[in-house]
Design a protein around this ligand. Sequence first.
Ligand code: NAD
Length: 226
Amino acid sequence: MIRHDVVEPILLEVDQIYHLACPASPVHYKFNPVKTIKTNVVGTLNMLGLAKRVGARFLLTSTSEVYGDPLQHPQVETYWGNVNPIGVRSCYDEGKRTAETLTMDYHRGANLEVRIARIFNTYGPRMCIDDGRVVSNFVAQALRKEPLTVYGDGKQTRSFQYVSDLVSSPSHQRAHIAGHKSRFTCAHARTFPCWWLRRMLFPSIIQAPTAARLSLIDRLVHRPCS
Ligand SMILES: NC(=O)c1ccc[n+]([C@@H]2O[C@H](COP(=O)([O-])OP(=O)(O)OC[C@H]3O[C@@H](n4cnc5c(N)ncnc54)[C@H](O)[C@@H]3O)[C@@H](O)[C@H]2O)c1
């Protein structure tokens, strides 16, 4: 294993590049927004340059956040989004949009074989407890026996996908298939408002004894979304 910051160039002999490097949680990507955008732009440029040099197939893990605050639901791949270029999330949203642009420009200009997977909220075992997104927030608060916090009016929606569904999704499988021409794949699961997610996952959370709460949590973290 090599530990390397993708913002710095690297020379390797490889057949395939899976470019996942980037903090994914808002808490983490807002912590150092300049580093986040450098990772998305300079890091992606370095990985694409490497792919071109060695003739490797390239997969970019993009995000549903490229749609910003979407005006269309659900989002289809032909929708171009509604993104704020100067907000606190822009380092991630605009960084990933630029990463997608670079990926397609290398495809068109250098005939690089590329894939872009726009991933939605993924949950499952080994999530970081301080990830800051709604599923891990609910689980962490339930484990601490705290009230579950729903931000705002709870009507904001999120799409969720179980981690193994993502790993076995067509975007990743196709990355293995030589000569496959599909370039865009949306890894899209089910969409829920946050208040509904809380009710669905923890129906009697306020009164439930600890054991009942834990079994609900157990069901949550092990149940595939499909
Ligand atoms: N988890 C999700 O729900 C989700 C949703 C949409 C998109 N994605 C994308 O999928 C990819 C992986 O997400 P994750 O949930 O595993 O994130 P994660 O934060 O758990 O892991 C990201 C990894 O990237 C590494 N990294 C960050 N900056 C780097 C740099 N400059 N150089 C080298 N490595 C660097 C981190 O050390 C970490 O190991 C990311 O590109 C993310 O944007 C994830």
